[in-house]
Each structure stands twice: as structure tokens, then as C-alpha cells.
Design a protein around this ligand. Sequence first.
Ligand SMILES: NC(=O)c1ccc[n+]([C@@H]2O[C@H](COP(=O)([O-])OP(=O)(O)OC[C@H]3O[C@@H](n4cnc5c(N)ncnc54)[C@H](O)[C@@H]3O)[C@@H](O)[C@H]2O)c1
Length: 262
Amino acid sequence: MSNSVEGRSIIVTGSGRGIGRSIAEGLAAAGARVVIADIDAATAEATAAEIRSSGAQAIGFAANVTDRASTRALIARAVAEYGRLDAMFNNAGIAQVKPFNDITEDDWHRVMDVNAMGVLIGTQEASKQFIAQGGGGKIINTASIAGKQGYEPLAHYSASKFAVVALTQAAARAFGKHRINVNAICPGVVATDMWKLIDKGFKDEGLTQRDNEAFEGFSADILLGRASRPDDLVGVSIFLASEGSDYMTGQSLLVDGGMVLI
Ligand SMILES: NC(=O)c1ccc[n+]([C@@H]2O[C@H](COP(=O)([O-])OP(=O)(O)OC[C@H]3O[C@@H](n4cnc5c(N)ncnc54)[C@H](O)[C@@H]3O)[C@@H](O)[C@H]2O)c1
């Protein structure tokens, strides 16, 4: 039983930057053939080009995870390029900081559409492809510590990440008979553009006074003594996309340096 992803055809959504980019780079460096999918076509192409320049295999593709036709086209592109699909990382997500009583219906729908419905569509379309190939396959969703605990000024974001955990469990039950593993990764506080936006959101809402205050505050009690870097998520991603995790499904793994202990 190995943890190799050598030659595996893998899509990572939201991989033009941040955690998704790091996961895709790590998978490619380990020998996977990756598709860099992002709503931002320029970052998708730039990331893919950089991976190719290191000698690994990557293509960029502009895709919106909230759009089923776009997700279908993404999977078709991966299959056209690499002959099959072995793993789908539903990683794209957005965040918004707002006090609980200020969250509007529009805020709710926007965050839920990308973070939860995007995972639903990605899981449905990837599983159809896996079943058409004869079964087997890996679905790895990016949830969050906010999928394990509700955070007050991120209530709709937290709800969307609890939804990701629920979808992970439900899909594991739906597709176990096809030998499709469905698991999720729950990162903690990761230094990406998303956290810059969250930190600014805390300040704009008057919840903190200075730049980085929220980031530092959330990171202060991490047992391993520092905030996360995107590449902290690479090891678990390789494992969940490899044969080594073949007997594991429906799990949402906290990879947060020790923030939420449950
Ligand atoms: N940064 C953190 O601390 C943290 C913690 C826990 C979970 N997460 C989750 O990890 C994932 C990645 O977060 P990140 O910090 O790298 O964020 P990021 O904002 O740096 O990157 C997200 C990427 O997703 C893309 N994207 C957004 N909407 C999209 C859509 N509709 N279709 C396709 N692509 C889309 C963006 O263009 C961007 O490239 C998200 O699901 C996020 O909720 C992040």
C-alpha cells in the first residue's frame, strides 16, 4: 500500500492561488498530472505554467464551481488531456466577515453557493466520471475549523463549511459501493489572501483595531506555535489522493496545528 500519486490525473479547484495552488504544486511535484482550475483564468494559467516549468505536468482551466456546465467542461478537459480522472479536490471557497445580525440573504446565498453548492456539484460530476470509468476515485473537499465550530462574525461561512462536512459524509455513504473515497480537510488559520480579507473584515467591522490583529489573535493558541502555511496541507492531500487512504471515507480531518481538538 503506497502513498504515491505518480501518474494520477487530479483536478484542484480554486488552485490559482492560496491553499489550492500549494496542494496542486505538491501533487505535481509528487508525480501527479494536475488541472489547475480557477474562476480567475490568468492565475490558473500562471500556476500551470510555473508547474510545467519545474518539469511536472499541469494544465490551466477557467472554471466556476457554482456552474454545472463549467464543472462538466472542466472534468471533460481533464479526461481529454490525461485519459481519465483519479481525484477531484473541491477546494474553491470564499469568506466574508459580518456581525451575525448584519448578514443579508444575498451574503448567505453567495457564500453558500460557492462553498457548499460548489462542493455538491463538484462531487456529483466527479463521481459520475468515476463510475463511468468503472469505479474507484478520490474526492477531497476543503472544509475548515469553521466546519467544526461556528464563529460569530463568520456565521454564514461556518454554515457553509458544516455543509461541506455533511456533504462529505453523505457522499461517502452514496458512493462507497463504487469504491469512491470521499474525505475532507479542515485547515485552521492559513496565511493566504483569504485571511488578509478576513483580517481586513474584522478591522472594517470595528472588531479589531489594527492590521493583523485578528490573524494574530486567532493564531495565538495554536499548539504547534505558529499559523499555518499553505504547504502544511500538502502531505495530507497526497495521502488522501493515494492508495494509502483507500480504506478511509466520510472523514473530515483537522489539519490546524492544534486549534480545535475533537
Ligand atoms: N485561509 C484559511 O485560513 C482557510 C482556513 C480553512 C479553510 N480554508 C478554505 O480553503 C480553501 C482555499 O482558501 P484560500 O485561503 O486558499 O483562499 P484564496 O482566496 O486565497 O483562494 C481561493 C481561490 O478560489 C478561487 N475561487 C473563488 N471562487 C471560485 C469559483 N466560484 N470557482 C472557481 N474558483 C473560485 C479564487 O479565484 C482563488 O484563486 C477555501 O475553501 C477556504 O474556505 C481556508
